[in-house]
Design a protein around this ligand. Structure first.
Ligand code: GLN
Length: 504
């Protein structure tokens, strides 16, 4: 294995500038690692030729003393971001052969800044899921194994008891944790950046709604969707976000605000900051390990000079049920466009209605169908007021809970990121879909309120698997999250995957 892949994004950037290695060497090291990691199924499309070409151009620019903030840095792109001329599927059969004639704004900003694309990363179909098991390309295996579990690779396939990397950005999180890219793009509608980051010992930030353009990102639930990065460190996430963020006239919900130098916020003192601990997040039956981790987080921030205050977010308990009305409602409307006429798959039928039905029956997986049906139901004439409208009212109350707390001078809120560590592939999906939805209990409130949230690795559970803490910030104050996240990272340490067992 090349040492180059274990560098952080910041280290690789500095190494390139200092001419310790070339962008081409860096890209080649990653291309080799990606090839050897196929058993994990993190990438649904590898673009090595594209990567090496981009890297050569980066080397030319670097030689001239030019280059952008991400010059020559190899990244993975969640397959929800449209990439011009490069297959983009949202990991759905309905888009299996879709080659977009345009580039998403977020990814175009990465290329503008000099980044190199290694390929497209696996995710739950249309980003619906918490385990990356709903992908039409099959599940992603976490690079983490339960110590003692007999999990290994035989003839290119994993046998034993592989774990999920979380979802929906499971490919992004697994690829970053396994050093199959320096950082990755991801999206978060109800937790899909933060939960997989927490499951894999990586850092993921969902920025404020409107921070990153949604243009060219396959839509799931438009009022909740937000792009963000997953990185190896808080600093890396900050570097990535600076390139991903910014106003885009093509997305009317994108915020016309300057993008700060997020990296400068890493290491900034947090002395005197008020950190809220919401009592409603102390769920009945909360895993004692998660509770203990949360206490540790409190102690670390206190040691760094922050002031800890108990706060109340009284409508928390309604967030998950309201989310699972709002998100499916928006999904049923967004996914109406996959009708066999304009995009991707078409299954012929005897007339147009038959063609729609056959196309959608063949093109969508079980979870997507479930969401489309729930969404159509809660939006239908007789049930709109009882479900959709009520969920929207609850959403307003959740948002107000946060506003009240921030008005009281709280700078950020500390919570667990997930109610448990990673679980086994197949353990939860089949049993009961609602059990899977419970994974999002700490994360969906943040999307419902449009706030920024970061998940930072904070420890390992008794089985030796990563756990994360979440920090929730004020609107457009991602900087505070990076400063506080860096304190947790410094106190907890980093959690690299122990060995590269997937290379067989
Ligand atoms: N797990 C949540 C869901 O299934 C969130 C998904 C996401 O954030 N994209 O809806």
């Amino acid at each position: 294995m090349s040492e180059l892949i274990t560098l952080t994004l910041a280290e690789a950037r500095d190494g390139l500038k200092a001419k310790k290695f070339s962008a081409r060497e860096l890209a080649q090291a990653h291309v080799d690692a990606v090839e050897k990691a196929r058993a994990l199924n993190a990438y649904v499309l590898e673009t090595p030729d594209h990567a090496l070409k981009q890297a050569s151009r980066s080397d030319e620019r670097l030689a001239r003393g030019e280059g952008g903030p991400l010059e020559g840095l190899p990244l993975g792109i969640k397959d929800l971001f449209a990439t011009e001329g490069v297959r983009t599927t949202a990991c759905s059969n309905i888009l299996r052969d879709f080659i977009p004639p345009y580039e998403s704004t977020v990814s175009s900003q990465l290329w503008r800044d000099g980044a190199v694309m290694l390929g497209k990363l696996n995710n739950d179909e249309f980003a619906m899921g918490s385990s990356n098991e709903t992908s039409a390309f099959g599940p992603v295996a976490s690079p983490w194994r339960r110590p003692g579990a007999n999990t290994y690779v035989e003839n290119g396939k994993i046998v034993g008891e592989p774990l999920v990397p979380g979802g929906s950005s499971g490919g992004s999180a697994a690829a970053v944790a396994a050093h199959l890219c320096l950082a990755a793009t991801a999206t978060d509608t109800g937790g899909s950046i933060r939960q997989p980051a927490a499951f894999t010992g990586t850092v993921g930030i969902k920025p404020t709604y409107g921070r990153c353009s949604r243009w060219g990102v396959v839509a799931f639930a438009s009022s909740l969707d937000q792009a963000g990065p997953i990185g190896k460190t808080v600093r890396d996430a900050a570097i990535m976000l600076r390139s991903m963020a910014g106003h885009d006239p093509k997305d009317t919900t994108s915020a016309d605000l300057p993008v700060p130098d997020y990296e400068a916020a890493v290491g900034r003192p947090v002395k005197g900051m008020r950190i809220g601990i919401p009592k409603e997040y102390r769920l009945d039956g909360l895993n004692p390990e998660i509770d203990a981790l949360w206490e540790k987080g409190v102690a670390w921030l206190k040691d760094a000079g922050a002031e800890i205050v108990e706060i109340s977010l009284p409508h928390t308990k309604y967030a998950l049920p309201a989310y699972y009305i709002v998100a499916p409602a928006e999904c049923s409307s967004n996914l109406a466009r996959y009708d066999g006429v304009r995009y991707g798959l078409r299954v012929p039928g005897k007339d147009i209605v038959d063609m729609y039905e056959k196309t959608r029956a063949a093109g969508f997986g079980r979870e997507v169908k479930r969401r489309v049906m729930i969404g159509a139901y809660v939006l239908s004439a007789g049930y709109y007021d009882a479900y959709y409208l009520r969920a929207q009212k609850v959403r307003t109350l959740i948002k107000r809970d946060f506003e009240t707390v921030f008005d009281q001078g709280v700078h950020a809120i500390l919570t667990p990121a997930t109610p448990s560590a990673s679980f086994g592939i197949g353990e939860k999906l089949k049993a009961d879909p609602v059990e899977m939805y419970l994974n999002d209990v700490f994360t969906v409130t943040v999307n419902m309120a449009g706030l920024p949230g970061v998940a930072v690795p904070a420890g390992l559970d008794a089985q030796g698997l990563p756990l994360g803490l979440q920090l929730i910030g004020r609107p457009f104050d991602e900087e505070t999250l990076f400063s506080l996240g860096a304190v947790i990272e410094r106190s907890a340490g980093r959690f690299p995957v122990a060995d590269r067992w997937w290379e067989g």
